[in-house]
Design a protein around this ligand. Sequence first.
Ligand code: AMP
Ligand code: MG
Length: 402
Amino acid sequence: MVRVANSLNAVADHRARIAELVGLMPVVELPVADCAGLVLAADLVAPVALPPFDNSAMDGYAVRAADVADVPVVLPVADDVPAGRTELSPLAPGTAHRIMTGAPVPPGADAVVQVEWTDGGTSAVRVDRGVAAGANIRRAADDVAAGDVVLRAGTPLGPARLGLAAALGFGSLPVRRRPRVLVLSTGSELVGPGEPLRPGQIYESNGVMLAAAVREAGGVAELLRFVPDDVAEFLAAVDARLPGFDLLLTSGGVSAGAYEVVKDAFTGRGVEFTKLPMQPGGPQGSGRYRGVAVATLPGNPVSAQVSFEVFVRPALRGAMGHADVERRAVRARLGSALTSPAGRTQFRRGRYDPESGRVVTPVGGPGSHLLSALAASDCLIEVPADVTELAAGDEVVVRFLQ
Ligand code: AMP
Ligand code: MG
C-alpha cells in the first residue's frame, strides 16, 4: 500500500478553487412562485399575524358557550358568515350565526359548534351537544405573531416555507439567483442525435448529461452545440455566447493527447491545467476566461459526470448560498471486493441497499467509459488515495447521487 502525500489536498484544493472562481451569486428579488429550491438571503419578518384574526376551525354555528350549556336547545340564526366576510355583526345573546371554516368569529361569540352536532338549520338551529368556551376557534397569532422572524437568511426554500411566505403576504423574496452555466462539449468524433453514425464516430452525450446535472444542482444551463477539436472553432463558439454566464463548463480536450482543443485554446488565456490524483477525472482545468469562471472537465462520460459531482456541484450549491453543499453520505459495507490505484482517490459507482444492512455493491469496473454502469448506480463509493484493496464487508463512505 502506498500513501501519497497531499493527494487528498490536491483534490480538495481544486474543489475549493472552482468554488472560489464561481463565487456567490448576487441577491435578487424574485416572485415567491419562482423561489423553489433557492436560498433566502435575508431574515423574513412577519408583517402580519397568522391567523390574522380569530376564525372558525369548523363549519357550524358561532355561539356563546353559555347558551348551549343545556342541550338540546334551539337558537335563532341571526346571520350567515362565509369565509371572506369582512364586516361582522356582533352575536346577540341567545342567538347563533351560521359560520364556515376560516370565517371570522363575530364579536360576542366565544365558541363554534360544529354542524354535525346540530340539525343544520338556517333560520333556527337545534344544538344537540354543548361546547366549552373557546372550542373550534383558531386564535389570531396562534401560528405566527406579527414581528416574528419566521425564516432566517440562509434557509433553503421548499414548498412549506414558500407557502408560509405567501401566507404572510410576500409577493417576492430576496434570494441568491441561480448560477448560469454555459455547457460545451468538444471532440471531432462527436455527432448529434438523429445523425448517421459513421465508423469512428460516437453520439455526443456529455452535453445533455452535464446540462441536466447543472439544472439538478439548481443552476440554469445553456447547452451549446458541440465543437470539433479545432481551437478557432472552439474559441468562436465560446466567444459568441459567453458574456452573461457565471461558469463555462467544457468537456473533453484536456488530457495528454495530441488534439486537446480545450487545453490548446485556453493555455495562456487564464485557465490552468493539472492532473489530479483521482480516478476517474484526473485531468482538470480551471480559471477565468474573459471574466467568466471556467471549469474544464475530461471527456470520458463517467469522468465528466464524477468531476461534476466532486468539483462543480458543490460550487454551484455554494454559489446559491447553500450552507451544506454536500450530497448525503453514509458509511456502508462493500458487497464485493475492489481494487484501487495507489495514490489516487477513487470514486467507484455503486448501488446502495439499505435493507440488507447498509451494503453497497460496486456497479461495473473502474473504466470511465462505462456509462451504463453509472446510469445503473445511485451512489459513488469513495476509496481513499492510500487504499489499494478492499474486501467484501470492508467499510466505505458512499455518497448518494440523488
Ligand atoms: P477526451 O477527454 O476529449 O480525450 O475524450 C476522452 C474520451 O471521452 C474519448 O473516448 C471521447 O470520445 C469521449 N468523449 C469526449 N467527449 C465526449 C462527449 N461529449 N460525449 C461522449 N463521449 C465523449
Ligand atoms: Mg476529445
